[in-house]
Design a protein around this ligand. Sequence first.
Ligand SMILES: Cc1cc2nc3c(=O)[nH]c(=O)nc-3n(C[C@H](O)[C@H](O)[C@H](O)COP(=O)(O)O)c2cc1C
Length: 189
Amino acid sequence: MKIAIIIGSIRQGRQSQKIAHYLQHNLTGQGHHIDLVDLAATPLPMLEERVGKHPQLPAVVQDLSNRLHAADAVIMVTPEYHGSFSGVLKNALDYFYSEFSRKVVGIVTVSAGKLGGINAATQLQHVILSLGAFPLPTKLLVPEVYGAFNEAQELTSDITTRSAQRFIDEFQWLATAITEKKQQAVTGI
Ligand SMILES: Cc1cc2nc3c(=O)[nH]c(=O)nc-3n(C[C@H](O)[C@H](O)[C@H](O)COP(=O)(O)O)c2cc1C
């Protein structure tokens, strides 16, 4: 599958990219093609109008639209900021709709505290439904993110390691099922 992983943190000294790279490494090892959408490397202007309605859509937005259309499934990684997911991720998502339609979206949140960004995860799930996408019921929460990885970029907590494996298994199961269903609809087989 082609999987887009969106890093929804551009903060100086950010931590969210670590779990994104962990998932990229793991899923690449399982034969998937990963497109890492780093919003720090792809800064989008604040939304003035969405794709399809903007009279002069910025090229960076069109490019990201193309990348998201090409993805079979998506993983969104976000920090918890003030009880929700990041503003930079919301601004990015507001540009799009058809790019996510009928796609499985895995939710990954990080926080400095022990709860792993549960509020961000719950709120992001609602937004994913509004995008016409299928939020994966199994979320991956990364608590105490500043100590969550060792120098080899391995997770230091057994509990989080097991959570990550379950998330990866469930994500692949549902995303593969939906992707195959769409391919059957195209080929008629
Ligand atoms: C503006 C801001 C608000 C935050 N609000 C919360 C919060 O509501 N709950 C929480 O658990 N952590 C909160 N934190 C801590 C972040 O979850 C933590 O810094 C984490 O590393 C953020 O991800 P990042 O490093 O990718 O930015 C906040 C951090 C920032 C910068």
